[in-house]
Design a protein around this ligand. Structure first.
Ligand code: ARG
Length: 495
């Protein structure tokens, strides 16, 4: 039936309307056909016997199973604390910890698989533990709720993954610095309004992205830093009557302390929003860089050529070499912005404390992280294997009167007010355009006809190499300054 997805549940044929893409993906990857769902952790007040469709809709195992390691380590710390303060017998705590260790090892070496019929990763681990160690397993969830558990798992996972993103950003900065070093003296036209404006070195131009990325690292680290307090022990939201030691679990899990308010601890996802925000800005930088690469690889520019390994062809036009990787990075920036908006919108109307809407946080933030990691992994080798064409850059630099500012500055240095020099140089450019000359080729007599201040050294002033070389101001485009910038990155950012 058009607009509908069919699937089988035993003998019975069910038809559901075309639901959102995520659910359809989940339906495709989990085994609805394989039979009943696992027993519910919460069966009691209700039978837990949901309609298969409701089970599927409710289930988060398809995307939260990636937090298995964090869930298990969190549970180990919790069990250790329960034993240490005497909430459960030490022998039970030991059995739980050993059981959890076994599950972790078996998952790591592929001896067991996560059951896709489990409701979520928390249920899976607890059922598996109890299956292995019996009654002691049922003591693990004392003084805990899945609300503080998931808030913990997510923080632990995101902190780990953010560190991976940071290390990929550093690799990209290193790749940019290498290309910049090789092209510290390569002259190209710098642009404003996409019009040729002033001569720069190619190294200088691309280092701009390296410095943008260095601030992305700071933003990512700051987002991770705001996940440095543990929600564990908040329980459902109100805390607990058990004499738990939140400081102990926080310390064991590498946090600097426990979140001071238990409602806040389970209800907020600002740390996801913040991380998605940092990733969105990072993607904006990658997207702008991609856009330039796409322009530079066009026949109109021909400044660079991507390696065959990182470009594609057309199925119909034999001559084509396309910058698909860069285009995809540019396109995927929109996807990460979408994840940020998903998170913000998911949060904005939620009453305190936990609401199931919060389950939607994971796919969005995981997608943002996965996408950024993917883009960063492709970007660095795409850049390192790219061929730069200095001769084409030079040709473009020679054609656009980008040394006009230098001609005006020449007059200023000889005593003319800048505004007068600006106007006069504009007339010079107009004259060159009319007579098909450049500022380098215009005869001295033509210069002198406009101002007596012009002498033979004007040709040095408008020499493109010298124009770039003499911009030695801090942060400027001279090769010397470019090398200083590279040093700064290598010493302070990527070491
Ligand atoms: N899968 C849930 C989530 O991601 C886990 C927490 C469930 N808590 C609850 N009260 N139903 O948020």
């Amino acid at each position: 039936m058009p607009g509908e997805t069919r699937y089988n549940k035993g003998k019975q044929q069910s038809t559901i309307p075309l639901v959102d893409a995520r659910l359809r993906r989940a339906l495709a990857t989990t085994t609805i056909e394989s039979g009943k769902s696992m027993e519910k952790l919460w069966a009691g007040r209700t039978t837990g016997g949901n309609a298969a469709l409701a089970d599927e809709f409710n289930r988060s195992i398809a995307f939260d199973s990636r937090m298995a390691e964090q869930d298990i380590t969190g549970s180990m710390a919790h069990a250790a604390m329960l034993g240490a303060v005497g909430i459960i017998p030490q022998a039970s705590a030991d059995a739980i910890i050993a059981g959890l260790e076994g599950i972790l090892n078996d998952l790591r070496c592929g001896l067991i698989k996560i059951d896709p019929r489990a409701e979520d990763i928390h249920s899976f681990v607890e059922f598996e533990l109890t299956r292995r160690i019996g009654e002691d397993g049922k003591k693990l969830h004392t003084a805990r709720s899945r609300n503080d558990q998931v808030a913990l798992d997510l923080r632990l996972y995101l902190r780990k993954d953010t560190a991976e993103v940071v290390s990929l950003v550093k690799s990209l900065i290193a790749a940019i610095a290498d290309v910049a070093e090789a092209h510290a003296e390569t002259i190209m036209p710098g642009y404003t309004h996409l019009q040729r404006a002033q001569p720069v070195t190619f190294g200088h131009w691309i280092l701009a992205y390296a410095f943008m990325l260095s601030r992305d690292i700071a933003r990512l680290n700051s987002a991770a830093g705001n996940m440095d307090l543990s929600p564990l022990g908040a329980c459902a939201f109100a805390g607990t009557t058990y004499p738990i030691d939140r400081g102990m679990t926080a310390k064991a899990l590498g946090f600097s302390g426990a979140l001071p308010n238990s409602v806040d601890a389970v209800a907020d996802r600002d740390f996801c929003v913040e991380l998605a925000g940092a990733l969105s800005i990072l993607m904006t930088h990658l997207s702008r860089f991609s856009e330039e690469i796409i322009l530079w690889t066009s026949w109109e520019f021909r400044f660079v050529e991507l390696s065959d390994e990182f470009s594609t062809g057309s199925s119909i036009m034999p001559q084509k070499k396309n910058s698909d990787m860069a285009e995809l990075v540019r396109g995927k920036a929109g996807r990460v912005y979408g994840d940020l908006i998903t998170l913000l919108t998911m949060m904005k109307g939620l009453p305190l404390a936990y609401n199931k809407d919060l389950q939607e946080d994971k796919e969005a933030i995981f997608d943002a992280l996965d996408t950024a990691k993917l883009c960063l992994s492709v970007f660095a080798p795409m850049l390192s294997t790219m061929t730069v064409h200095p001769e084409n850059m030079r040709k473009a630099a020679a054609e656009g009167f980008i040394n006009a500012t230098d001609a005006a500055d020449y007059l200023v240095k000889k005593g003319m007010p800048f505004r007068t020099a600006y106007k006069l140089t504009g007339q010079l450019v107009a004259q060159c355009i009319a007579s098909r000359q450049t500022l380098e080729s215009l005869p001295l007599s033509d210069y002198q006809a406009l101002s007596e201040l012009f002498e033979a050294d004007i040709y040095e002033a408008v020499n493109l190499d010298l124009c770039a070389k003499s911009r030695t101001s801090e942060g400027g485009t001279s090769p010397e300054s470019v090398r200083a910038q590279i040093r700064q990155l290598r010493e302070n950012v990527i070491k």
